[in-house]
Write a protein of this length. Structure first.
Length: 218
């Protein structure tokens, strides 16, 4: 596993006055209580076993950088109400990252997927909530579709459309991004960005923003 790249200065962390707990604004309750956060912890257990699991998410707010507080910065950026996004130096199609699919509920199930591999595989230089969800649904369909079983097509299509939580972990460059779909509004956001330390550190730092109701075009 390659070491993580160090992030450059970026938006400042909230001082905790907006409802976060802890001396550095960690433990954002409107992030850590959501299914996508639980999916993140599950994914870290699968792909980074033995690494330090974050106890909460450091709140990030729009604003001028202050000495790159806690290391947040490029390639991550804040994308207004849609949450975090990534500026990637390259994009590549045809890469096959690892993935684990999870199902919640029985009568009307929702799907979550944890993807581990190079972020360049997403296929776009700018990764926002919509692009990450699109890629996750594509992988879900491909994973569940059996070329030898025509009956698998309807299930794979329904499952892909039902993906509501996505975790992407790029272990080589030390970054991760989490996306979710609001079950009420259909809004797609990325409320969590993840920074992975190197193999010698085995640390995981999460940054969070409150989920906002935005109009989805997906």
């Amino acid at each position: 596993m390659d070491g993580a790249q160090r992030a450059a200065p970026g938006p400042a962390l909230d001082d905790g006055s907006a409802g976060a707990r802890g001396p550095q604004g960690e433990f954002v309750p409107d992030v850590t209580g959501r299914p996508v956060w639980r999916l993140l912890l599950r994914g870290l257990g699968v792909y980074l076993p033995g690494w330090q699991i974050p106890g909460g998410a450091l709140r990030v707010s729009e604003g001028p950088a202050e000495m790159g507080l806690n290391g947040f910065g490029p390639p991550a950026f804040l994308n207004g109400d849609a949450g975090f996004g990534l500026h990637l130096p390259v994009r590549r199609r045809g890469l096959e990252p690892d993935r684990e699919i999870y199902v919640r509920g029985r009568d009307d199930p929702s799907f979550g997927i944890v993807i581990a591999g190079p972020a360049a595989a997403i296929g776009t230089r700018i990764v926002d909530a919509g692009e990450l969800l699109r890629y996750a649904r594509k992988l879900t369909f491909e994973e569940l579709f059996d070329t030898n079983d025509a009956d698998s097509v309807p299930y794979a299509v329904r499952a892909a459309k039902a993906v509501e939580n996505v975790v992407f972990l790029d272990r080589a460059t030390g970054i991760g991004l989490c996306a979710e779909v609001d079950q009420v509004t259909g809004a797609v956001t990325c409320p969590v960005f993840v920074q992975l330390g190197g193999p010698s550190e085995r640390t995981v730092r999460a940054y969070g923003v409150a989920a906002q109701a935005v109009r989805s075009h997906n």
